[in-house]
Design a protein around this ligand. Structure first.
Ligand SMILES: Cc1ncc(COP(=O)(O)O)c(C=O)c1O
Length: 399
């Protein structure tokens, strides 16, 4: 019998316990299930493994060019044109050693101490962390799953000052799971351009989108919007390459791109991206499309399963995410304090979730937990089987 790429036995627990860090298996006592960092439990696609091994076996591992291998830049540009109709040439692509450092480089290139950056709240901690590390100030504008473009703009307008320089967006949105529509993005992007603000679009999640939703890249909206936008893209979520630390920036404005490359220090080799990591991406983008399609199918089933299991948690209203492989239900019917709920689930169910706390998602995340479902059905089922009695007991104690 051939085993499916995403069957229960495809998960290599022996290797995850040794290799999966960042709040996951290798950092937790045996028997504890992490539904924490958004990093899949499955091995990467066979094409990546084969081509990476083949390249390494040939034994020539010289310096690459500062902006990235030509084949890497061509592969990303082709992917951007093919999957999201973005006008993208290889020259616009700059390889970075992760999406996280792509954001950091953009921040260093364009922000002065005291500059302000508008961003949604909640959102993944990396956005505010990165702005702060550049000496600038993150200014948060509250959003929910249902915030319309006009409502968001009203919040942006109220938060804007003379120090505002950029608008940072996350689409699809981690942790809300929203996939923004073309119209939503266009309205918001035009508002930003009208105020002379540049946009950073964190689109690392853009391949993990469920029908009928479709990802629209901000930079694909119009040439004018593209020239004021940098797209941050990565390979940790779609192709499970987090450990290879690889991502990229797409920037159509040559001046801005130059500033970004200079700020990175790649030309002096102080900064750079491993050629092996780039080779993995070339393999993924050329030969990983079918694997990605199957991964999304699996994730969609997992998402529906999580929503169905959460529907049995008293008072929980969990809407299915439109994209990403995280879900962010409100849990105040169980406990007003998400940290306390997570501690309890960890102790009593031996399952770890991420609490909606400012250090992870900024303001507006209290009263929620984030659950990652990029694992096998067996593991997810076990996690929910263990959490359910704890949750029921909690709900009963609040009545
Ligand atoms: C919204 C968002 N941006 C960026 C990143 C960072 O990705 P990378 O592993 O490429 O640094 C993550 C990872 O969780 C993320 O969720």
């Amino acid at each position: 019998m051939t085993r499916s790429l995403f069957s229960d036995d495809a998960v290599r627990m022996d290797l995850l316990r040794e290799r999966a860090f960042n709040l996951r298996w290798a950092q937790l006592p045996a028997g504890v299930i992490p539904l924490t960092a958004a990093d899949p439990d499955f091995p990467v696609c066979p094409a990546i493994r084969e081509q990476l091994a083949g390249y390494a076996a040939e034994g020539v591992l010289s310096y690459g060019p500062p902006e990235g291998l030509p084949r890497f830049r061509e592969a990303v540009a082709g992917w951007m044109r093919g999957t999201r109709q973005m006008e993208c040439t290889p020259e616009m692509v700059f390889a970075t050693d992760s999406a996280a450092s792509a954001m950091a480089v953009v921040a260093r290139a364009g922000l002065q101490p005291g500059d302000e950056v508008l961003m949604p709240a909640p959102v993944d901690f990396l956005l505010h962390h990165t702005v702060q590390r550049a000496g600038a100030v993150p200014v948060r504008v509250n959003v929910t799953r249902d915030t319309s473009a006009d409502e968001f703009i009203a919040g942006l307008e109220a938060a804007r000052t003379t120090r505002t320089r950029m608008l940072w967006l996350c689409n699809p949105h981690n942790p809300l799971g929203v996939v923004y529509s073309r119209q939503w993005l266009r309205t918001v992007a035009e508002w930003a351009l009208g105020r002379g603000l540049r946009i950073l679009a964190d689109e690392i999640w853009s391949d993990i989108v469920y029908e009928p939703f479709r990802h629209v890249s901000v930079a694909a909206l119009s040439p004018e919007i593209a020239s004021s936008t940098v797209t941050v893209y990565g390979f940790s979520k779609n192709f499970a390459l987090a450990g290879l630390r690889i991502g990229c920036i797409v920037c159509s404005d040559p001046e801005w791109r130059k500033e970004i490359v200079t700020a990175s220090d790649a030309e002096s080799t102080v900064y750079g991206t491993s050629v092996l990591s780039q080779v993995a991406v070339i393999a993924a983008l050329h030969d990983g499309r079918e694997w990605l399609g199957q991964f999304i199918q699996h994730l969609k089933c997992q998402r529906d399963y999580v929503v169905q299991r959460l529907s049995h948690w008293p008072g929980i209203d969990a809407k299915p995410p439109q994209g990403t492989y995280v879900i962010f239900p409100g849990i105040t019917s169980l406990d007003d304090d998400a940290e306390r709920l997570c501690d309890r689930l960890r102790e009593q169910a031996r399952v770890v979730l991420v609490p909606g706390a400012p250090r992870w998602f900024g303001a507006g995340s209290a009263g929620h937990v984030r659950i990652c479902f990029a694992t096998s059905r067996g593991i997810l089922q076990e996690a929910f089987d263990r959490m359910e009695p704890v949750v029921r007991e909690l709900a009963a104690s609040r009545r």
